[in-house]
Structure formats: C-alpha cells, structure tokens
Design a protein around this ligand. Structure first.
Ligand code: 5MM
Length: 341
C-alpha cells in the first residue's frame, strides 16, 4: 500500500471549493428517480442521463472532485464510444465506484439491516482499479426507531465497513466510509446526535482494530439533524453547531476529509447546512459534500428524458454544483439562489 498516494487522492476529493457527485444509484433507486420524471429506466436512458452530467464542463471541471459510479456505469461507453470513466478523468475529476451490494435483514434484529458485498471484494477492486477507479464507497444504513438501533446492528455494520476499507487500501483505492443514520422518523436532533456519535465511535474503533490508515480514507456521514417527521425542526445554525461538535468529538484529525450525504434534505437546506458549518472554522479536516439527491433532483427535472433538454439539465446541475462548491468554502449566500432563479 502506498499511503502517500492514498492520502493525495483523499485530499484531492475534499479540496476546498469542490465536492463529490454521488451518481451510484443502484438499478432500483434510479428507476424510482426516473419514475418521478416519467422516464423509462432502460440501460440507454441511464447512460444518456449520466453522460449529460459528466459532460457538464463547468460543473465537472470547477466544482466536482470525484464521481461515485454504479457497477453498470463504470463499464458503459458514451454515445460516441468514449468510456464514461474517461469523460470523468478528462474533466479533471476522479472516478470512484460503489462496491457494496446493498442491504439484507439482520438476523435476530427485527427492522434492522446489514450491508453485504465482502465476498470476492478483493478481486472486484482489482478490476475496478484497472478500469480507473481510485476511490470506492460502502454505505451502512442505521435506522432510528423505538428500541433501535441495537448495538448489534451498529457493531456488525462498523465491522463490515472496516473490512471493506482495509481491502480497498490494500488494493490502492481510497475507501469512502459511509455509515448513514437515516433522517426518516420523528426523532429530534438530540437523538440523531446521540445515535450518530455512537455509530461514528464504533466505526472508528473498528477501523483502528482492522489497521485502516485514517490518512487514506474519507468519511461520508449524515449531519446531526431533526428527523423528517419531527414536529420541531432544528435551525440551520443548530444543525451546523451540533454536527461540528459531534464530528470534532468523534473523527480523528488524521482523517483528511469528511464529505456529507444529503439524506433527503432539500437542495437548498443541504447547501445552507454545509455553508454554516464553515462559519464555525477552522476545522481539522476538509469538509465538503458527497450529495446524490441534493445535486441531481434539479437536473433530473430539467432533463426529463428529452434530448432537447440536455443543456437545461446541465445548467441545473452546474448551478447546484457551484452553490455547493461555494458552501464548501463558507462563501454561499441564499441571494445567489434567487439571482439564478
Ligand atoms: C445516490 O444514492 C446512493 C445509492 O443508493 P442505493 O444503493 O440505495 O441506490 C447513495 O448511497 C448515496 O451515495 C448516498 O446515500 C448519498 O446520497 P444522498 O441522496 O443521501 O445525498
């Protein structure tokens, strides 16, 4: 393992002003997104949509540091025959790959999930590296509810995240470690803060046990935030303050960067929260976005599966990428959104 190189890539993934595009929706998830805009989820439509994003010059060259791909996408070629991975590289961004294989019910723990995909992972990573992937992603899902999460769910998911991360580093691939505590439910921000802290502490404990080099990874956490159905929604300032307090307590400074998931927040909320956190600096790690929905909802709507809307889709994507790029430096203002509208 060349840790200097892993650290160089991890640092580039969280460079100030840039963040990660999570375009790794599995076939089931992208179908849901396409259903919402009335587009059939065929292999060609998925390719055309993602090609539109990766050919968005402004966004990709200025505000996107890396793209997380799904297995299907990493092997696909653009309409003109150029591999999609090459399009990403040519824009200056780093290609990455989702390597988990989704979740399964966790035995003995009703309502809880464990992420799978460790079997033959070393072989798969080798092929992905040869294709150009320089980082990977694995997402663990932790739900908050009555009596959950159990310590069992937190523990087995942290163990799998660390097994995955160690395999990635051995294959010279930077692991994005994503333990997502869902924002579904009516819990308040305090409960999210408490559960996420437990999950992060356990995850870093496992990473250490399994000898993962913290300097060669990126953390992708949720923010400390109110549950979607909670009657009392925390303010932007409170989310920023609690999230930074939580991360400072749980994430070692050796980690080069933290890139948030958006988790169902609105586009503008996700941007405002990241921006507000940068007002609380200096911070010990790079802090940016790795958004899926909060970067793609607008371009999906603008595109709606029509070739004549490609320019509109790209401009919607570039706008969100720019807004989040500014937020990653604490330079975003809501008036910039209004001006663009
Ligand atoms: C883009 O969505 C990713 C894939 O999810 P599925 O495996 O369920 O299709 C997801 O892992 C994503 O990378 C993160 O959760 C962040 O996405 P959001 O939309 O929460 O920012």
């Amino acid at each position: 393992m060349n840790l200097t190189e892993l650290n160089r890539i991890a640092t580039a993934m969280v460079a100030p002003g840039k963040g990660i595009l999570a375009a790794d929706e599995s076939s089931g998830t992208i179908k849901k997104r396409f259903d919402a805009i009335g587009v059939e989820s065929t292999e060609t439509n998925r390719r055309d949509y993602r090609e539109m994003l990766f050919r968005s010059k402004d966004a990709m060259s200025q505000y996107i540091s890396g793209v997380i791909l799904y297995d299907e996408t990493i092997w696909q070629d653009a309409k003109d025959g150029t591999p999609l991975v090459k399009l990403i590289e040519q824009s200056g961004a780093i290609p990455g790959i989702k390597v988990d294989e989704g979740t399964q019910a966790l035995p003995m723990c009703p309502g809880e999930l464990v992420t799978i995909g460790l079997d033959k992972l070393a072989e798969r990573l080798k092929k992905y590296y040869e294709r150009g992937a320089r980082f990977a992603k694995w997402r663990a899902v932790i739900d908050i509810g009555s009596g959950i999460p159990s310590m069992t769910a937190i523990s087995v998911n942290a163990h799998a995240l660390a097994r995955y991360a160690a395999l990635c580093q051995a294959a010279q691939i930077v692991p994005i470690v994503e333990p997502e505590v869902l924002m579904d439910g009516d819990h308040d921000i305090e409960r999210c803060h408490e559960v996420t802290s437990r999950v992060l502490n356990k995850t870093f404990q496992e990473l250490r046990v399994q000898r993962v080099a913290l300097e060669g990874m990126v953390l992708k956490p949720n923010m400390a935030i109110s549950g979607k159905k909670c009657a009392k929604q925390a303010s932007v300032e409170e989310v920023a303050e609690k999230t930074i307090r939580m991360l400072k307590a749980c994430v070692p400074a050796a980690v080069p960067g933290i890139a948030f998931l958006s988790g169902g927040q609105s586009d503008e909320e996700a941007t405002a929260h990241l921006n507000a956190m940068h007002k609380l600096g200096p911070l010990p790690w790079g802090l940016t976005f790795s958004y899926g929905r909060a970067l793609q909802a607008a371009p999906q709507k603008a595109w709606s599966g029509k070739a004549e809307n490609v320019a509109a889709g790209q401009s919607a994507f570039s706008h969100r990428a720019r807004m989040n790029g500014l937020a990653s430096k604490g330079e975003w203002q809501s008036s910039l959104e209004k001006k663009a509208a």
